[in-house]
Design a protein. Structure first.
Lengths: 355, 510
């Protein structure tokens, strides 16, 4: 009722007390703890896992990080407006199947395939957004529904088979198209960076997209308003912000980025593989949630998300090289995620808890 | 029958530096209905929460039936016989369950109940409780199918299942129709005849006249008046609740500039009385009225949050019918919303970002925000409103309530506007910040029209040139804030206007 001030005691014009020095240590550990952990992890694996410190393992890490990272940046945008996108994994695999279908079955050039994939991503984002803001379906449920829908949809044109040159089509003919070499380069080309053939092309995509998303969220008016919506939707709308449009925009960004991730996956694999991409959703969500803990942001942010993706990549590569069995990977990812969330929510709550 | 059932002695309660209850003394006699009146922030809710075991008191004592009563949890309070029906009905019932389960839910939660539901016995028990309460309901019906009144009665019936000594009802009629409320009153009368003490919190004069045996007014954490006897002094009770201490704020009514807002025959609801209203530059007008008088609906219709049923609004001589807050802001109508925690404060942002939120395009090129510009504005506003902080990048959460409110005001003062609407700008603000804010509103009022929506009369007197009083979604009276007769305003506020005085006031404003 009327006692709102109980939560925010009216302290009048009392000056704020300086923070006691013991908080300094907590502050530092909240801000830099995660990055220190990342550096520590690299040093640890360099010492104990032979071959970890070489360029070959760097390539592996970059490659595994790139696609998840791009998807995670999309999830980050939806998290910023206080939403969530569970459909990214299936958007990515749908995009992979669509790219393969366009080129292999319909024998279209790479350019057309790329446009089709991007348009599909944007359209799915739009539908997600409309479901959430217009029909008021809760975000998790709307995107979960979309996830199921897409997982099913992508199998219908090929009757559940993977797409590769020479496959037989439902009408009995054989698919004659091929992936254009240029398209394959998107996923396979390696740039020289200090060493020959060090950086896979998808990493460049990740860096460029990461910078764009960071600039958009941190430096522009639109990003600022999206954060405002995520923090207090009602307040944002009472300051004249069109909340619905921004929410739809966030889901469209997420859809487009997921479709880019899917294309890179198709380019790397050279086929539309029905079985791949199963881990994309969970890895991307983990990366963006781990990103909360980076630099003590306690909110979704592009830099943190990229670091989160890198962290998971390094951890898994290091453990693989130390001969940890593959089936422990998900467990370890989950563990890291839980620890990062504890970091974010308990420590930063303590930081803000003085008031 | 009239022995004291519950006795509060020198009860103190503070939240941080905010003293909400100050040495409060109150006794509740058995078998009578005590109505508790108090404006927002008077401490009613806190008092209720202490009695119902949600909060612990800081100092003082409560005795219940002669024994010390100090509940540490709500269930402890219920076991001791103090049962509370909260304002929000949906807190009191579980819509997806049937009536019987709702009536017996507390029993189901008790440890001794056993693992399986005893359906047959439950239905029998529920029917017994319902008939004792005079409820004619099918106990197998789902609560979701019932109306608000039935839900409210179920919540109360459930409370009665505990055999309470003290029943606390917090604004129980706020969502009931007159006939539904009558059912509730009959129930309350039956209970009070059985010797239950009832503490009834309400603003509605009609309720109070109907049900009150005694009236207790609360103000600023203290009991400001107790009224009992055969003839209850309703007006005195309202006086005591709203307070009529003249404040030392000195208002000199300035000369109004050119007209800004012109309202003709505006009907806020389809059934409400149409009213006219004019507002000029350099004028600060306070709109006051009790809860549900239509203040909020008026503010909302001016800011594109709701459409009036009929009538015309013009701003600077041009028709004005905003569909969204965005459209309102584009026409130079700004509103600082009430209940800042829910409607205004962006908790994740610092002071600067909170201030510049509505007008970010002023601080950006091609959508890129110029940080130094917005920080400069924030620094200026911090200076102008004497916001106490370490700097413009302080997180909003580190500020006190009064300073947060100043930041919310700064958000809208940072740009020029034609009409500024301030909905409860003094809500949850200490006296000093309240003075600062009021002064600032008047200082900056020169080139715009200003409407301040307040429920406390003190606040209206401190800030306004004119005061308009709303009742039943229409303007009931209007006063110029010079040597104003407080009693006249008070009678207008409570709607206890004698017929002739009412028409006089109405002609005065027309």
């Amino acid at each position: 009722m009327s006692m709102n001030q109980t939560e925010t005691p009216s302290a009048g014009s009392r000056p704020q007390k300086p923070q006691p020095s013991s908080n300094g240590l907590i502050d530092i550990s909240i801000r830099y703890g995660f990055l220190a952990l990342l550096v520590g992890l690299v040093i640890f694996f360099s010492v104990f896992a032979s071959g970890f410190a070489g360029p070959r393992s760097a390539v592996f890490i970059f490659q595994s990080v790139a696609i998840t990272g791009i998807l995670a940046l999309g999830v980050t945008c939806t998290l910023v407006v206080g939403g969530f996108d569970l459909s990214i994994g299936s958007v990515a695999t749908s995009s992979m199947m669509l790219a393969a279908y366009m080129m292999v079955v319909l024998e279209q050039p790479a350019f057309v395939a790329i446009i089709a994939c991007l348009a599909m991503g944007a359209l799915i984002g739009l539908i997600n957004g409309l479901l959430i803001v217009k029909t008021k379906v809760p975000d998790l449920l709307a995107t979960l529904g979309m996830m199921f829908l897409l997982v099913g949809l992508q199998r219908i044109p090929t009757e559940g088979r993977s797409i590769a040159t020479g496959m037989s089509l439902p009408d009995g003919s054989t698919a004659e198209g091929t992936f254009s070499p240029l398209f394959l380069q998107l996923g396979r080309h390696r740039f020289d960076f200090m060493l020959d053939n060090l950086l896979p092309a998808p990493v460049i995509f990740l860096v460029v997209i990461g910078i764009l998303v960071w600039v958009f969220l941190e430096l522009t008016r639109h990003g600022r308003l999206m954060y405002a919506i995520g923090s207090n939707e009602r307040a944002a709308s009472l300051t004249g912000t069109n909340v619905n449009n921004y929410k739809i925009l966030a889901y469209m960004i997420s859809g487009v980025l997921a479709s880019i991730g899917g294309m890179l996956l198709a380019a790397r694999l050279g086929r539309g593989d029905i079985a791949s991409g199963t881990n994309l959703l969970l890895d991307a969500v983990a990366a963006s949630l781990i990103g909360f803990a980076v630099l003590g942001a306690a909110k979704p942010n592009a830099f943190g998300t990229s670091m989160g993706a890198l962290f998971v990549g390094i951890l898994l590569q290091g453990l693989t090289m130390m001969n940890a069995p593959y089936y422990t990977q998900d467990f370890i990812k989950g563990l890291v995620l839980v620890i990062a969330l504890v970091f974010t929510f308990s420590l930063s709550a303590r930081k803000a808890g003085g008031h | 029958m009239n022995g004291t059932l519950c006795d509060l002695r020198s009860v103190d309660k503070s939240f941080g530096d905010n003293r909400v209850l100050k040495q409060l003394n109150l006794s509740l006699p058995a078998g009578s209905v005590t109505v508790l009146m108090g404006a927002n922030g008077a401490g009613k809710s806190t008092l209720v929460k202490i009695l119902s075991g949600v909060h612990a008191l800081d100092a003082g004592s409560i005795t219940l039936l002669g024994k010390d009563f100090r509940p540490s949890t709500p269930s402890e309070a219920i076991r001791a016989g103090v049962v509370t029906v909260h304002q929000n009905i949906n807190d009191g019932v579980i819509p997806d369950l049937d009536v019987a389960s709702n009536l017996l839910i507390d029993r189901l939660a008790e440890p001794g109940y056993g693992f399986f539901l005893k359906r047959r016995q439950n239905y029998a028990d529920a029917e017994r409780i319902a008939s004792q309460m005079g409820l004619t309901l099918n106990v197998r019906q789902s609560v979701a199918e019932l109306g608000v009144a039935d839900r409210q009665l179920i919540a109360i019936a459930r409370a009665m299942a505990h055999d309470p000594q003290l029943l606390i009802l917090d604004e129980p009629t706020s969502s009931l129709s007159a006939s539904e409320a009558e059912r509730l009153f009959l129930l309350i009368e039956r209970l009070s005849a059985k010797g239950v003490a009832v503490l009834y919190i309400s603003h509605r004069m009609s309720d109070i006249r109907r049900i009150a045996d005694r009236i207790v007014s609360m103000r600023d954490g203290e009991i400001s008046g107790v009224f009992e006897g055969d003839e209850l002094d309703y007006e005195g009770a309202v006086n005591a609740m709203l307070g009529h201490r003249m404040t030392d704020a000195d208002i000199s009514v300035g000369a109004p500039g050119k007209p800004v807002l012109e309202i003709r025959d505006l009907k806020l609801l389809s059934g409400s009385k149409p009213f006219d209203f004019n507002l000029c530059e350099n004028e600060v007008v306070a709109v006051t009225g009790l809860l549900g008088s239509g203040k909020s609906a008026f503010a909302q219709s001016l800011f594109g949050l709701g459409r009036p049923a009929a009538g015309s609004i013009r701003i600077d001589g041009e028709d004005y019918a905003p569909a969204t807050p965005k459209a309102a802001i584009a026409r130079g109508v700004f509103m600082s919303a009430k209940d800042r925690a829910n409607n205004a404060v962006v908790a994740d942002f610092d002071i600067t970002r909170n201030i510049t939120l509505p007008f970010l395009s002023r601080y950006s090129n091609l959508s890129f925000i110029r940080r130094s510009d917005e920080r400069k504005t924030a620094q200026e506003m911090i200076e102008a409103l004497s916001i106490v902080c370490q700097g413009e990048t302080d997180s909003i959460g580190t500020l006190s309530g009064g300073n947060q409110q100043k930041v919310m005001l700064a958000r809208w003062l940072a740009e020029d506007c034609r009409l500024l609407l301030l909905d409860e700008p003094f809500q949850g603000v200490d006296i000093r910040a309240r003075r600062d804010i009021g002064r600032k509103i008047r200082e900056t009022a020169k080139n715009r029209a200003t409407l301040v929506f307040v429920s406390e009369l003190d606040e209206a007197l401190e800030v306004a040139d004119r005061i308009i009083v709303m009742t039943e979604h229409s303007v009931a009276a209007e006063f110029r804030n010079e040597n104003v007769d407080l009693n006249e305003i008070l009678t207008a506020v409570t709607g206890a206007l004698p017929a002739d005085a009412g028409s006089a006031a109405r002609t005065a404003h027309a």
